[in-house]
Design a protein around this ligand. Sequence first.
Ligand SMILES: [Cu+2]
Length: 140
Amino acid sequence: MKRLSLVILLILTAPVSAAPFNVTDAWFRALPGKLPAAGYFTSHNTTRSDVAILGAQSAGCSTVMMHKSSNTGGMARMEMVDQVDVPAGGKVSFAPGGYHLMCQRPTALMKIGGKVPVVLNLSDGTRVAAAFAVRGASGK
Ligand SMILES: [Cu+2]
């Protein structure tokens, strides 16, 4: 009886782990040759705590960086970002024209029609795994 109540207590005090950080609509835009592939997704933080994405790794890339595209006065450019905040209960989209993962020197895994595993590193120490669909230059 004592052991059972201890187990129940542990369950009740464990952090909510029902997919507290969702990644959906995840895909890479694969380009010919060894050109970098941009990765896009929507992240949804369903917890009550703010969290930030600090970076990512993927077996489909030699390195993964986080970039933000911007367009000022008709000049398209992108810059590195160290972290992307996803507020408690909020959503942040990595999408063309804004934030994206920059997959440098894609590996043989980056094949159009396939899937590539990505792990996102969060500021609370969590690592979130997601499968990114690989699409071609047109995004299809
Ligand atoms: Cu970029």
